[in-house]
Design a binder for this molecule. Structure first.
Ligand SMILES: CC(C)(COP(=O)(O)OP(=O)(O)OC[C@H]1O[C@@H](n2cnc3c(N)ncnc32)[C@H](O)[C@@H]1OP(=O)(O)O)[C@@H](O)C(=O)NCCC(=O)NCCS
Length: 181
């Protein structure tokens, strides 16, 4: 019997509030404009600030290269609202039954419950379409909004990872949250 692997690639997921879809080269300027925000950069491990158009093109190239790999370990979606890419979400480090989730949203859209819905959609996609059994997230210990999103999306706090990452010249503590199926 053929051992069919699930297709590790994004598809279009439309909801009443947003569309999740593969990135396009034409998203670069909108991504650069929206992610160029100190608070967003502060809460993510490797987003530069200031963020330039060239950084967005670099990101889109990485997404493209990752998708072309024989065994992709990333699946990325742009979050589109009103016809514009205003955020992103990805499943990263896919290793067998588990993977990490990461996301950001442009500031004008915060506090409306959007990211909670997005995380629920993508967790569903990862469990059902990628066949994963564990999705985890690492959150800086000062990122209360993201912890709340994860809780609302059914993730459980598993513990604290002391000095788990180095960002610039600082070692940062993270919480690890996970949802399993
Ligand atoms: C984290 C982020 C994705 C949240 O998106 P969002 O669409 O505003 O999230 P939601 O509206 O679904 O939920 C946010 C929750 O956090 C709460 N919240 C916001 N700021 C908070 C704070 N400083 N302290 C405690 N709770 C906070 C909100 O009240 C809401 O909870 P509630 O529904 O119980 O009231 C967005 O702020 C963001 O992009 N931040 C920068 C990047 C980032 O942190 N990415 C995640 C890295 S792990």
């Amino acid at each position: 019997m053929t051992n069919l692997k699930p297709a590790i690639k994004p598809r279009v997921i439309k909801t009443r509030h947003f569309t999740l879809r593969p990135y396009r080269e034409s998203d670069a300027s909108s991504i650069a404009a929206h992610i160029n925000d100190k608070t967003i950069a502060r809460n993510l491990l490797s987003v530069p600030h200031p963020y330039r158009l060239a950084d967005a093109y670099d990101w889109l190239r990485k997404v493209r290269n990752a998708a072309r790999r024989k065994n992709p370990t990333w699946v990325n979606f742009a979050i589109e609202i009103d016809g514009e890419a205003v955020g992103g979400i990805g499943i990263f480090k896919i290793e067998g039954h588990k993977a990490e989730i990461g996301y950001w949203l442009a500031r004008p859209y915060w506090g409306r419950g959007i990211m909670t819905l997005v995380v629920r959609e993508i967790a569903g996609f990862a469990f059902v379409e990628l066949g994963l059994r564990r999705i985890y997230a690492h959150v800086f210990t000062f990122n209360r909004a993201s912890m709340r999103v994860l809780e609302k999306a059914g993730f459980k706090l598993e513990g604290k990872l002391a000095k788990n990452v180095k960002k610039g010249d600082r070692f940062l503590d993270e919480y690890i949250f996970a949802r399993v199926r």
